[in-house]
Design a protein around this ligand. Structure first.
Ligand code: MD3
Ligand code: FE
Length: 207
């Protein structure tokens, strides 16, 4: 583990290749029950370039009419989100240093040209718990700024199997994904990567 910034811990290769494949099998089931959807921005209705789904009791979503929020059901199927895989609950228990289990796991899929602009994660009622992020598939250039949008930022590469925890002074820092580095994509046999790309999981406490 290395603390790359106060409150930001990077566990490179936390999930080995066998564990990544096991996690992908779980995600294939999750996506079969809770298909990818494309969130849209509040007010503008502009679609995200990232596709999303969720597992766990609550899921993050956004649409033009009602904006960013957590809901217990999939916006298209109306079904509850599938349960969170035990491997993710175990990673949270081992690394998050928080007594309660995660309530939401947002699953982001990045195609080759997808990105995520700088933002803060502030749709949760409680910022005392950390966020735990797992990367799978292609490498990406991840950017971490400060607590103000105008603060300077640093870029890091995130690779398949890496886990990040973001807590304490880092919880409200701006962050985003500049771009994928698809030339560095590992060969992970899964239909989820039929067109390459990257998956990121973020585990959170919400309430
Ligand atoms: C730093 N996802 O879903 S994960 C998101 O790779 C999100 O898909 C990105 O930002 C992705 O909201 C980044 C790493 C991450 C997550 C939360 C953070 C970094 C963070 C919260 C505060 C500071
Ligand atoms: Fe975020």
């Amino acid at each position: 583990m290395s603390e790359i910034e106060p409150g930001v811990r990077l566990y490179r290769g936390y999930f080995d290749e066998a564990a990544q494949l096991a996690l992908l099998r779980e995600l294939e089931r999750i996506v079969a029950d809770a298909p990818w959807f494309t969130p849209t921005m509040p007010r503008s209705g502009q679609p995200f370039s990232v596709r999303m789904t969720n597992c766990g009791p609550l899921g993050w979503l956004s649409d033009q009419a009602r904006g960013y929020r957590y809901e217990a059901r999939h916006p298209q199927t109306g079904e509850p989100w599938p349960p969170m895989p035990q491997m993710l609950l175990d990673a949270w228990a081992a690394l998050a240093g928080h007594p309660q289990p995660p309530q939401a796991c947002l699953v982001n899929y990045y195609g080759r040209d997808a990105r995520m602009g700088a933002h803060q994660d502030r749709d949760e009622a409680d910022f005392s718990a950390p966020i735990l992020s797992v990367s799978l598939g292609a490498d990406c250039r991840f950017r971490l700024g400060g607590v103000k949008r105008s603060d300077s930022s640093r870029a890091f590469v995130l690779s398949s199997g890496d886990v990040l925890t973001l807590g304490g002074p880092a919880r409200l820092r701006f962050h985003g994904v500049d771009r994928l580095l698809p030339e560095l994509a590992p060969k992970l046999a899964s239909p989820l990567f039929a067109e390459g790309g990257r998956i990121n999981l973020t585990l959170r406490r919400v309430t």
